[in-house]
Design a protein. Sequence first.
Length: 133
Amino acid sequence: MTPELVKCIHMRNKLKSNFVRTKDPVQWTLFERGRNLVNKLICNAKKYYFQDKFCKAETSNDVWKAYFELTNKHICSNQINELNDNGISIDDIDAMANSLQKAFVCQPSSRLCTYGGPNYDNTMSMYWLLKQL
């Protein structure tokens, strides 16, 4: 926040306290104008701040950080540390990848053929996936 914006906020607060103390409609009008001005200044300050952030972004990572800051979202990790396969706990990355591959890739020896093949049957694949769950 800039020092000028802070001064405007203090002035708005003084206008409000003057109105609360006097209950004068003129004081209310002054407060409304001050409040609207401060809201507009804050909105413009945020707009220029994020425009500057996006313009200075050099990588897509910088853009995403600015986006998450703008939307008040937090970057969270979706890293899987352990996988349970038929009661067996797997924590090795390569073993987890192999287990997931076995679960989601159709086996040519079964009734299901490989994805995209000439005999590919979507209903059978869905049945197989649901059966695995």
